[in-house]
Design a protein around this ligand. Structure first.
Ligand code: FES
Length: 254
């Protein structure tokens, strides 16, 4: 994890309340696992940094892409940053999805809302290893959908919307029974309620989940991001920022 003032090279709205930002700097040349995050200082008016998942990395160009959704004053302030501005970034943080030594042929990626971006970088890494990728992406409505085209360059994509305005009307979990037997391992990122439903529906499958949570320090020092662990051990909890955000579903209690 390093601290750097990275330069914004692209900053654009790509869906409802959803912005894509490309950052240039040495951090992009680090070894980065899909699922890791950047911890971004928005400005002096905002004491806490905001954790934002890494959606893509181009180590040759020295750039990385992040996506965020406007959820409050901090992310609203972030929308005002312009290309050419520099922002204070700590990263890459946390432990991401394991992509080395995966002994699998087929992967199912299940993302919900702003949990979709880290799965894109994961999908690219899996495809580079010859692993077949199927993605199920869930959004609130048609205006919120993004990355469908990007995922379709990698494998099969299924889109769901809660209100039925685009794709399948319903939730990502509606499609899971029909996909059983088509993958070896699943990888999921999204709100905890979705991760709980996914891991319950796929309880007999091998998988990984990435938990989205508000954070404080982002480096394991403040206990703001604790989640109970399923197995009895001397700690009884895991820190999402430093033990995760990626876990085995059987490791934590959502
Ligand atoms: Fe401080 Fe995780 S955010 S311990």
């Amino acid at each position: 994890m390093q601290r750097e003032w990275m330069t914004i090279t692209v900053h654009e709205r790509i869906a409802e309340d959803t912005y894509q930002m490309v950052l240039k700097g040495e951090t992009a040349e680090a070894e980065i696992q899909p699922g890791q995050f950047l911890h971004i200082h928005i400005g002096d008016a905002f004491y806490l940094r905001r954790p934002i998942s890494i959606a893509d990395v181009d180590p040759v160009a020295g750039t990385m892409t992040i996506l965020y959704k406007v959820l409050g004053d901090g992310t609203e302030a972030l929308t005002k940053k312009q290309p050419g501005d520099r922002i204070d970034v700590l990263g890459p943080g946390g432990n991401g999805f394991p992509v080395d030594n995966l002994q699998i042929d087929r992967a199912l990626l299940i993302g919900g809302g702003i949990g979709v971006p880290p799965l894109y970088y994961l999908a690219r890494q899996l495809k580079a290893q010859g692993i077949e990728v199927t993605a199920v992406l869930g959004f609130q409505n048609k205006e919120s959908v993004f990355f469908e085209e990007a995922f379709s360059q990698i494998g099969d994509v299924h889109v769901t919307t809660n209100d039925g305005s685009y794709g399948h009307h319903g939730f990502v979990t509606d499609l899971l029974p029909g996909l059983k037997g088509t993958f070896d391992t699943y990888f999921s990122c999204g709100p905890s309620i979705m991760l709980k439903a996914v891991s319950t529906a796929l309880k007999d499958e091998s998988g990984y989940i990435s938990i989205e949570e508000r954070m404080g320090c982002g480096i394991g020092a403040c206990f703001a991001c604790v989640v109970p662990c399923a197995e009895e051990d001397e700690k009884g909890y895991r820190k999402i920022c430093s033990d995760g955000p990626v876990f085995r579903p059987e490791e934590v209690v959502l």
